[in-house]
Ligand binder design. Structure first.
Ligand code: OAD
Length: 230
């Protein structure tokens, strides 16, 4: 029998209980920085050192974080379903939680890429320093999609969402596009679940249920339900 397909769109809220701050909970500042200074191409051109320092700190912080119950529960779904995780998060907590198919829409903190050729991407679990270069001799930058940059992984994400038999959204404010628009690619009849600790403006989408819980308890509840369903 073919397995049903579950597609999960996750955001910063799923990693909050692992100790990683969300983006929009602190007056528009991200770890004390303006997003324009640290997460845009113009920020990079203006002050490369600041941007490198910022992501070097985020990377160090990540290395002390562990996946939580929500990450692990999503991996358990693979026993019964074909599961794809589409995440806006740049951490590796879905991987550490045991999920095997993960699309990182906004890049990965533990990778670096060439400023000359975006296809040159390297595993980089340490600091990126001025003078660290790709094989073509150009400075390396964090492998992160900054505001104003294209999101090439959307091409991989859209067909997954279109084919989903069940669609789950967890821990995202659904404010950042194009990721927030993915839910519009689901089929009408597909059951959709949205899990968030806070009340959020729900998109007008058919067959959508809201679980108003933090990620650890909300995802655990839903996974138990889905594992029991025939
Ligand atoms: P946001 O910070 O915008 O939203 C986080 C969501 O998680 C909010 O809806 C919170 O209510 C919810 N939340 C917080 N703690 C939670 C918990 N313990 N359990 C469940 N929900 C919780 O983060 P994203 O939507 O992920 O882009 O932000 C999208 C993108 O904007 C990010 O990927 C990042 C950012 O700028 C880049 O860095 C390119």
């Amino acid at each position: 029998m073919t397995k049903q397909k579950i597609v999960v769109l996750s955001g910063a809220g799923i990693s909050a209980e692992s100790g990683i701050k969300t983006f929009r909970d602190s007056n528009g500042l991200w770890e004390e920085h303006r997003i324009e200074d640290v997460a845009t191409p113009s920020g990079w051109l203006k002050n490369r050192q600041l941007v490198l320092d910022f992501y070097n700190q985020r990377r160090k912080q990540l290395l002390n974080c562990k996946p939580n119950r929500a990450h692990v529960a999503l991996a358990e779904l693979e026993k019964k379903y074909e599961v794809a995780i589409i995440t806006q998060n740049v951490d590796n907590l879905h991987e550490l939680g045991g999920s095997t198919k993960i699309v990182h829409l906004h890049g990965e903190l533990l990778k670096a890429r060439s400023t000359a050729d975006e296809n040159l991407v390297y595993n980089w679990p340490r600091d990126i320093l001025p003078g660290d270069t790709c094989e073509k001799g150009s400075q390396l930058r964090p492998h992160i999609v900054w505001f104003g940059e294209a999101v090439p992984k959307m091409e991989e994400a859209i067909p997954l969402v279109q084919e989903a038999d069940i669609f789950v959204v967890v821990g995202t404010s659904l404010l950042v596009y194009p990721a927030a628009g993915l839910i519009n690619y689901t089929r009408y009849e597909t059951p959709k679940w949205l899990i968030d600790r806070n009340d959020i403006a729900l998109p007008r989408i058919p067959n959508l249920k809201f679980i108003n819980e933090k990620a650890t308890t909300g995802v655990d509840y839903l996974v138990r339900l889905l594992m029991e369903t025939n």
